[in-house]
Design a protein around this ligand. Sequence first.
Ligand code: SF4
Length: 193
Amino acid sequence: MAWLNLASWLSCTEVEGPGRRAALWVQGCDKRCSGCCNPDYLKIVERQLVDASTVLANLLRAHDECQLEGITLLGGEPFLQALGLAEVAEGASRAGLSVMTFTGYTMEELHALSLPGTRELLTWTDVLVDGPYQAALPDQHRNWVGSTNQRFHYLSNRYDPTIETSAGLMRGIELRVRRDGHLVVNGWPIAIG
Ligand code: SF4
């Protein structure tokens, strides 16, 4: 059984990939991009340890409730927890959900590092967005990405590059107030001007 160290998750969002999706943020990243939008998720410390089968069960329950199109895996760095995420991605994919994965590594780095579970997670990923956020290269046009160096890789025939700029898909942010009163923000802001 593989374990995941989660920073956060949302059962239903419309700003983390095409359509309505559940999103999982894992804790821990070994990059330190200036301007990273999730600085609290970078330290490699224990947050919420959950086994992959429980995570998958929660996602499938969210799918029943929200009729999801897919799941999105973010961080932190998903490929530092690729073994557990591959299990989640496989189960989600077998249930008909698409899988979108964001990584701060480039595809070339992923292949060179060959972290445990990398091959399996790539196998069950439909769209991979790679590369670290670079604040000096802001991307004002494509959906979901922060900087122009980040690349979309279509690893199945489920999607194609039209999703990157489709006006029907959402580039924006969602605001939620948690039960404890904290404001939670996710997504990328719409460019103004
Ligand atoms: S790779 Fe992603 S999560 Fe890691 S520091 Fe860079 S922007 Fe943040």
